[in-house]
Structure formats: C-alpha cells, structure tokens
Design a protein around this ligand. Structure first.
Ligand SMILES: [Zn+2]
Length: 701
C-alpha cells in the first residue's frame, strides 16, 4: 500500500519534544518580529501581514498537536511530562503573541482597509482582532495592567479550584446492612475494616452506584449531602472569580462577563440565550413534574411493600434510585443481555462500515505488527491505524482521494488518559501554494475498554455504544474537513456548535436499522467463541445471532423515560451559569451568594425536595465546568442538542443510512469545520432555518 503522505513516526524522546517545541516558538516569534520591522500600518494587507502569520500558525499547529498528544498516550512517563511542558510553552506563547501591540496595530490597519476577502479569511481576520480586543490592547496602560493582573489572579484561582476538586478526601463509613442493594462488584471496590464497616469516598465511582442502588433512603441522603459539601473551600474561590470576571469584562467595555464570553460564539447575544433557556424551561418543567409524580408512586409502592413510613415527599437523593427501578420494571431493558450483542471488535468494524457507506469513504488497515517494518508508526502494540480515502463518483469520475489517518487506541494501560475521547494528532490544512491538501489530518479514537484475558470478547453496553459513535464522529469530522487554516479544521468550530455533529450521530444508536447492523451475539463470531459459550452454558441452546426483537423494542421505548429529568439538571446548571455571569452591576457581582442561588434554582427547576433551608449544600463548588472554559457557555450542551435533534429528525430519522443525505451532511456541515458560519452550513443542509421542535419531540415534550 502506498500513501500520498506517510503516517507519522512515534519515536519522540523528552529532549526531542522540547527541542521541537522551542524551535516552533522561536520561529513564531521571528515571523512576527520580521513583519513588525518591515510592514507599517500604511503598507499592511491581508497578503503581506495576516497570511504569513496564518501560515506560520498552520505549520505550528500541525506539529503542536502531535507534541501535546504524547501526554495522553505515551508509555514513557518522561515523554508524557515533556509533552505537558510543551503544552504549557505553547499556551504561554499564545498569550505572548496576543499581547503584541505592534502586530495588533498592523492587523487593525488591514481590517480598516476593508479588502474584498473570502469568508475563511474574513473569519481569520475577525478572530485575530477579537483576541487583541479581549487582551485589552485598546485600553490605556493602567487599565491594561489591571486586566493582566486579574487574568493572572483568575489563573491561580482556577488552579486552586481544580486542585481542591481532584484532591478532596473525606467520606463516610457504613455497615453492609446500610449499603443493602449495592451490587457486589461495587461493594468489593470499597475499603472495609475489621468490624465490617465500609468506607465510602465521595469519588463519582463510589457515589453513583450508591445513589442508584442502595435501598436505605437515609444512606442515600447522607451520601448526597456529603458529596455536595465535599469541596466547600471552593465557594469563596468561585465567588471571587465571578467578581473578577465581571470587573475584567467592564474594563474591556462589556456590560458583563456573559456579553464578553458570547462574542466568539455562534449565538452572540445573551438575551437570545436567556430567551432560549426560558423556552426550554417552560416546556421541560411540566414534563419533569409528571416524571416525578410517576417516580413518587413507585416510591410509595416500594416503601409500602417494605412496611416503611412514607412522608409523601420525593427527594433529590431518590431520583437515581427510582429512575433505575422504573426503567427495569416498565421497559424490561436488560442491559447485560443487550451487551452480549456488542462485542468490541465486531461492533467497531461495523461502525466503520456505517460511516463508510454514509459518507462515501473507505478505511484500510495499515499493518503494524512485528515484522511489518511499521512498528514505529504506533506508540503501543495495541494501536490500530487505518488509511482513509474518498470513495464516490462525481461527474462520472471515481473519487479516491486520500483523506488522512484514523488511529484507535482502545485498551487501558498505566499513564494513558482515562475515558473516551477523540484527539487530533495533526490537523489538516490546504497548502497556500498548491491549493491542495498536502498536510493530512491524523486523528485518534481513545477508549479504555478492558482487554479480555480470554478469547471471550470485550462487550459494550448500549451507553458505551452511543458514546463510541459520538467520539468516532469527532474523528470523522476531523478526517473529512478541508480548510485553508488549521485553526478552523474539523471540530475547531464555535464552542456552542462543536458537539452538535457528534450529538446527532449518537441518535443513530437509537434506531433499529443501525442497531441491527452493529449487533451480533458474541458466541456467533466463530467456532472458538461458540465453544466458549457452550462451555459457559452447557444445557442451553445457542442464542440467536441477531438482537431479539423485544430487546430492541424495550430499549427504544425506554429512551424517553429519564430524559426530562436528565435535561432539567443541565438546564439548572445553564441557568445558574448565565445568572452569575450577568449581574446588573459590579456591586451585585461582588455580593453574589452563589449557594442560595444554586439551591433555590435547583428546587425551582427540578421540583424535588432537599433538606430545609437554602444553604444545606454547595453543589456549585464541585462543578468544574465553570473553570474549564464553559463559563457563560454551559448552555452549549442544550443548544447544540437542539441543532443535533433538528438535523437528525429532518434528514436521517426516516432513513438513517441514506448516502445522499450523508454526503450532503459531510459537504455542508462537516467539511467546512469552523471556516464558515456554522449556522449557514446547517441552513444549507436543512434547506431552511434551524428549529426547536425536534428537540421537544426528542425530550418527549
Ligand atoms: Zn464530544
């Protein structure tokens, strides 16, 4: 197999990573120094000022992504450390470059010349100007210094908030009886002492199973309240950050932090976001109340059967527990049984087939095993590489263009980043001289499914399945995107759009045709697995190869059951986030009582009881998103879901695997990355404005 561009070699050492990072840093500085020396505001144009900066940035981002990628996957801790250090250096460079007054004057001059620009260049120019504005380059010296001081202080607060969140200790001891209902596997994960008391920490892996399985309401209550009080030292940090953000926004000339933060989003107006959230609230709250009534009946029945007293209230710590029972009882979804139909390797191969068919592309495995001569193309023997090509006919001509490389790193190992995600190794961009793409994207799907020690395959739950589809969707976005500038490549779109394509793809895993393609009982993969199954089930018939009708039926019916309550939680956070970042005066920002606001909003939105009063817990203090770039941006999870629902319902729901629709989606929505107004792409795909109705339908509203 030959490739237009060979896959990268993963042989970096800690020294080579830092050397390469410094080379790129020096080059970036020298390009801008040179421009500042030779160009004046009178002579500055897009071609002689902005494009050289953008081309340097293209080359830098191309290498930077890979240098930073090592920290997530390398088997060598020194390499991971060097990769983190490189990330720090690049991020410092970004700050340094966006503080350059000499370059800001040139870019402003280009803007004032009002040249006739294509959309991607226009967006590049706007983005650059916004960076300078957000760094206060238009301010008087004293104000700019104050701004820098605030930014520094905010950085320190963020670090402390996150450190508290990851290092909190504390927990509660329970007897086995108090934990009655907790599955054996979860119980086995708890430390226990000689008296048989189990220590429960407030880590999510401990808290989650207790809230959904433990029968004793008092145990759930203690864990719930303990959890939202585990990081109370973060409350003053958050409140200080809110006041500082407000001060910075006002210094820069905005009415509040939300207005400042929304300026680079797709929806730029806080009023529109407020209106959107109120609309969702009006539709969703009644649905949530109805869901609670149903859970309340279930609670009454259950307590009655156990001969326990019922005070008629439904508490915050009742929700996970009774929701789980409801799904099991009313929809008979046996998730363990369902997982038997999704063996990891089989399912992933089928996923690639679906993407190949839908978006007309082909995946070819690159051999990397011992003796192939390609060992250095991966960072671990488990990693798989696929070369990805176009596969369609245009104007009677077969298109087989090379798109890039897809990597898969599926199993856990020490030092590897946890969870599921897709990371860019190289962003692609179109060459400024040849106008073709010679720098191809490389993207990596990362999962942590345990590797099976036997020939029995690793099995995926339905929730693994749709999350995999989601993350692979980010990878495909990366591969099919074609932009001039790496900073707009693939999922590098506005924050309030970037999840929409993947949220849309998740919905494929809730359709019968896709489940039919993805599923096959693990015992039917071959003779070996058949024997293994027979050994485990000596007196039973072989299961059916395809997923039984009733399993799919139950699953599809269950999807609306818990959605309103789940999305009410997101709505609560989004409303809180917008409220704290839109104070009417700076005084209000300084005096904000975030605890009262969080708890009062929570009981208004969710309609469940908590303890008496409004200062019993500090859930806002354990919520990391407000420091990880989602400040005045949490609404994105809801708004991008609106776009996802509309695109899916209008174009895919009736026939999810229609390649014509898939190609149109690829061309209009995915290919442009962030190089075009995302709303324009969706409008062209839909043939109309985006609407909110489908979101309501999907929520069952
Ligand atoms: Zn995502």
């Amino acid at each position: 197999m030959t490739f237009p561009s060979p896959p990268p070699v993963f042989d970096a050492s800690p020294e080579s990573i830092l050397q390469e990072a410094h080379r790129l840093l020096d080059h970036a500085r020298s390009v801008q120094d040179q421009l500042a020396r030779t160009i004046t505001p009178d002579t500055a144009t897009l071609a002689n000022t902005l494009l050289p900066v953008a081309h340097e940035q293209n080359e830098r981002l191309y290498e930077r992504h890979m240098l930073e990628f090592y920290q997530s996957v390398s088997t060598d801790s020194d390499v991971r450390e060097a990769s983190r250090e490189a990330e720090r250096l690049f991020s410092e460079l970004e700050t340094e470059l966006s503080m350059r007054g000499d370059m800001a004057r040139l870019v402003k001059a280009v803007h004032e010349k009002n040249e006739d620009l294509d959309e991607e260049c226009r967006r590049l120019l706007d983005q650059q100007l916004l960076k300078y504005k957000h760094n206060g380059l238009h301010l008087a010296e004293q104000d700019r210094q104050r701004l820098q001081h605030i930014r520094k202080e905010l950085g320190e607060i963020k670090a402390e908030f996150e450190k508290n969140l990851s290092e909190h200790s504390g927990g509660i001891d329970f007897t086995k009886e108090q934990l009655d209902g907790l599955p054996d596997d979860d119980l086995a994960r708890l430390e226990s002492d000689a008296e048989g008391r189990y220590n429960l920490s407030f880590r999510p892996a401990h808290v989650g199973p207790v809230l959904s399985h433990v029968r004793n309401g008092m145990t759930r209550r203690k864990v719930y309240i303990g959890n939202v009080n585990k990081c109370n030292e973060n409350v003053p940090l958050l409140e200080k950050a809110i006041a500082l953000r407000d001060e910075a926004a006002r210094l820069l000339g905005y009415v509040h932090h939300a207005e400042y933060r929304l300026e680079d989003k797709m929806e730029k107006s806080p009023e529109k976001i407020n209106e959107f959230l109120e609309d969702v609230r009006a539709k969703l709250v009644p649905k949530g109340r109805a869901a609670i009534e149903r859970l309340k009946e279930l609670k009454a029945e259950e307590l009655n059967a156990r001969g326990e007293e019922n005070d008629g209230k439904f508490y915050l710590w009742d929700q996970s527990y009774y929701s789980r029972i409801l799904t099991q009882r009313d929809y008979a979804v046996d998730h363990e049984k369902l997982a038997e139909y999704f063996p990891l390797d089989w399912t992933i191969e089928r996923m690639l087939e679906i993407f190949a068919k839908l978006m007309r592309m082909s995946f070819h495995r690159v051999p990397t095993d011992e003796g192939s001569g390609n060992e250095k193309l991966t960072w671990h023997e488990d990693v798989r590489i696929f070369a990805v090509y176009d596969d369609f006919v245009e104007n009677g001509v077969e298109q087989k263009g090379f798109l890039g490389y897809l990597y898969m790193d599926l199993h856990p190992r020490p030092g590897k980043c946890p969870g599921l995600c897709d990371l860019s190794i190289h962003p692609g961009f179109i060459s400024p001289t040849t106008h073709t793409r010679v720098n191809f994207p490389c993207t990596c799907l990362i999962t942590n499914f345990p590797k099976s020690p036997t020939t029995k395959p690793t099995l995926l739950t339905h929730s693994d399945l749709w999350q995999l589809f989601h993350e692979l969707g980010h990878g495909i976005h990366d591969l099919v995107s074609k932009t001039r500038f790496a900073c707009f490549h693939g999922p590098e779109t506005a924050q309030d759009f970037c999840e929409a394509p993947s949220q849309m793809l998740e919905k494929f895993c809730w359709t019968e045709p896709v489940l039919r393609i993805l599923g096959r009982h693990w015992s039917c993969l071959g003779e070996e697995t058949r024997m293994l199954w027979r050994g485990e089930h000596p007196n039973e018939d072989l299961p059916s190869q395809t997923i039984p009708e009733e399993l799919i039926d139950g699953l599809l019916k269950s999807q609306h059951a818990n959605r309103p309550l789940f999305w009410l939680q997101s709505l609560h956070i989004a409303l809180f986030d917008m409220a704290v970042h839109q104070p009417s005066s700076h005084e209000e920002a300084k005096e904000m009582n975030t605890t009262k606001l969080w708890n009062n909003l929570k009981s208004e939105i969710l309609g469940m009881h908590g303890p008496e009063g409004d200062e019993w817990g500090h859930g806002q203090a354990i919520f990391g998103h407000l420091f990880s770039g989602y400040d005045a941006g949490f609404y994105s999870y809801l708004s991008s879901q609106v776009y996802a629902c509309d695109m899916f319902a209008a174009k895919f729901e009736a026939d999810p695997l229609n390649p014509e629709v898939g190609m149109r989606w690829r061309r209009e929505v995915l290919a442009k990355g962030g190089a075009r107004d995302e709303m324009v792409g969706m409008r062209r795909f839909l043939g109309r404005e985006v609407g909110r109705e489908a979101f309501g339908g999907w929520l069952g509203v």
